[in-house]
Design a protein around this ligand. Structure first.
Ligand code: ADP
Ligand code: ZN
Length: 606
């Protein structure tokens, strides 16, 4: 049975092997079982149902929450020569009728449908008279009322169990946490489903978290050094900061676009389309931008503000590098973020219990930010996995962060907070410690305190780092209802009494510029210099074909496939077919064209 599946994988999709749990899921569905598939973004969930859809008799119905997602999936399948269509509320008049007819004629293999459309009495009735190969529920975490992708229509999908008895059902998601998993099983009535839990590691993503100084300059340096011309996402917390960052980048000549819920829907859609269909666009967005971004070649995700939790960080950074090529997760964070987020939580209308959970989540996130250990190890531990050894592909692994005994300065800082009355913010406290006779300091008579000027031998930045770490570790509190004044936390007592010492991280300096190209080359972001013109010609060809058919370039061939052509320089169709991502249909349609580009070095049409 799975021998046929493997043949199909090779012939139609052009991939030599199954990955991870794919083969097991396919076999289970082919045997008629139900399944819940948990796989990280980029893990290859689609193939888990697409292959059984082709091998089982009848129509496969795939529930998907977003039109953009359906559109990309359908376009990608059609490129492979597979008959697929979508049914949702945004079809032009007549289009839906055409889809219904295709199904009635048995001409379709896969039908993507939105939940609200599927759950109409008419569609249910109509489908129950068809033979179905399987029912797939994509982005299944949308049934969870606690997640921010919640879709009320998903709640109704439980009835599929009795409406289509005997049809295997598979739910798929990249959300890892156990409560969501249980909720999916319960709401979708997948009690008998076999659960496949893939590893959640994304080894191709390099994690990096640095201290926020000048976020725009830091981002710009990062982009220039490692991602010139690459597509990526920059997350910001508010609409206003999205606009600011987008125009800042545009002024410096980058192809940046804003995306947030306050934009006119039409413009927002246009920006999303451009991000998907053009190359090298930097999308600056709030978290309103996320689900349904199936673009495989997002090379980086940058957070200029703290995300809400470790889970959000994992989900958001997970949008980078779906194609498996090297990708970056870059974040800057500082004390102001912590104050801002705490204030958000405190000022929310939510119940006490909920706010307490949110504060805990923030603390876990701060633990990740302040850690001197392997970031990946912490992330995976959070998702319930363990890692044998440090990963070697995160900032703390690549450039270990030194620690120092900060007990003395920590006690000075705590005493400064206490002596000034537990109501001043970091900047003021640093002034007092460094002995700055500012107007404010004088007006409060704080130049007469014993702590005044006690820390003059340390830079303001070094002191800010100490205060930040105090707050991040819960040794000091922040008054979030007022102006961010610092107070003493219960946990600081043993430190003040000299019973406990405190190890602090030595915040590293910004990386020096000048190593740009070396990094880009080393990590494979950029083709070897000699191959650059050829890569440009291949990409221009891809762009031309994509434009002709009005699909995104990656639907024609992904970057990894183009790189494969450069690496192995096929001269015949047979050799071309061996390149991962070149299935029989694409070989037939594009094989000669790309062979020509490889031979002449000139883009098509010349
Ligand atoms: P997910 O939905 O889990 O995020 P996709 O189904 O979109 O992931 O697949 C992610 C990427 O991996 C796609 O570019 C897909 O073509 C590729 N892929 C999936 N399965 C395989 C495989 N067995 N071998 C090689 N590439 C694969
Ligand atoms: Zn690591």
């Amino acid at each position: 049975m799975t021998g046929t599946a493997l043949n199909l994988l090779r012939r139609v999709f052009g991939y030599p092997f199954f990955r991870g749990d794919q083969e097991a899921v396919v076999a289970h569905l082919l045997a008629g079982g139900d399944a819940l598939v948990l796989m990280p973004t980029g893990g290859g969930k689609s193939l888990c149902y697409q292959i059984p859809a082709l091998l089982r008799p009848g129509l496969a119905v795939v529930v998907s929450p977003l039109i953009a997602l359906m559109r990309d999936q359908v376009a990608a399948l059609r490129q492979l020569g597979i008959a697929a269509a979508a049914l949702h509320s945004n079809l032009a008049p007549g289009e839906a009728g055409a889809v219904f007819r295709q199904v009635d004629e048995g001409a379709l293999n896969l039908l993507y449908v939105s939940p609200e459309r599927l759950l109409t009495p008419y569609t249910l009735e109509w489908l129950s008279r068809r033979s179905l190969a399987l029912l797939a529920i994509d982005e299944a975490h949308c049934v969870s009322q606690w997640g921010h992708d919640f879709r009320a229509d998903y709640l109704g999908l439980g009835i599929l169990k009795e409406r289509f008895p005997g049809v295997p059902r598979v739910a798929l998601t990249a959300t890892a946490d156990p409560p969501t998993r249980l909720e999916i099983i319960k709401r979708l009535r997948l009690d008998e489903a076999r659960v496949f839990v893939g590893g959640f590691d994304r080894p191709n993503i390099r994690y990096r978290i640095t201290i926020k100084n000048q976020p725009h300059d830091q981002l710009h340096a990062f982009l220039r050094a490692e991602h010139a011309g690459n597509a990526g996402i920059v997350y910001r917390l508010t609409r206003k900061s999205v606009e600011e960052t987008a125009s800042w980048l545009m002024k410096r000549g980058l192809r940046a676009l804003p995306y947030h819920a306050g934009l006119d829907p039409e413009l927002r859609q246009k920006h999303q389309d451009r991000f998907l269909n053009e190359e090298g666009i930097v999308m600056v967005a709030t978290i309103a931008f996320g689900m349904g971004i199936d673009k495989p070649d997002v090379r980086f995700v940058a957070h200029l503000d703290l995300p809400k939790s470790v889970e959000s960080y994992y989900q958001e950074t997970g949008r980078a590098g779906r194609d498996g090529l090297p990708a970056d997760a870059f974040m800057t964070y500082g004390m102001d973020d912590v104050v801002l987020l705490r204030r958000f939580i405190e000022n929310s209308q939510a119940e006490e219990e909920f706010r307490r959970i949110e504060h805990h989540k923030l603390e876990a996130l701060l633990g990740l930010c302040e850690s001197v250990e392997c970031r990946r190890g912490i992330l995976l531990r959070h998702l319930g996995e363990t890692m044998e050894a440090p990963c070697g592909n995160c900032d703390t692994c690549l450039e270990p962060i030194p620690t120092w005994d900060g007990t003395e300065p920590v006690r000075m800082a705590l005493s400064c907070i206490y002596r000034t009355g537990q109501r001043f913010g970091v900047h003021y406290l640093v002034d007092v410690l460094r002995g700055q006779k500012t107007e404010r300091v004088l007006s409060f008579q704080h130049h007469t305190l014993q702590v005044f000027g006690m820390g003059a031998d340390r830079s303001a930045a070094a002191w800010r780092s100490v205060f930040r770490q105090l707050v991040a570790r819960g040794l000091a509190t922040v008054d979030v209802t007022g102006f961010g004044g610092l107070g003493l936390a219960e946990a600081c007592r043993p430190v003040l009494r000299g019973e406990r010492s405190v190890l602090l991280r030595l915040d590293p300096d910004e990386p020096k510029p000048g190593r740009e190209r070396r990094i880009r080359r080393e990590r494979g972001f950029e083709t070897a210099e000699a191959d650059e013109p050829l890569m440009r010609a291949l990409k221009a060809t891809r762009r031309h074909l994509a434009k002709e058919q009005q699909v995104a370039p990656f639907i024609i061939f992904q970057d990894a496939t183009l790189q494969g052509m450069i690496d192995s320089r096929p001269e015949t169709l047979t050799e071309m077919e061996r390149i991962p991502g070149v299935g029989s249909r694409k070989l037939e349609r594009y094989g000669e064209i790309f062979l020509g580009v490889l031979r002449t070095g000139q883009p098509y049409p010349s």
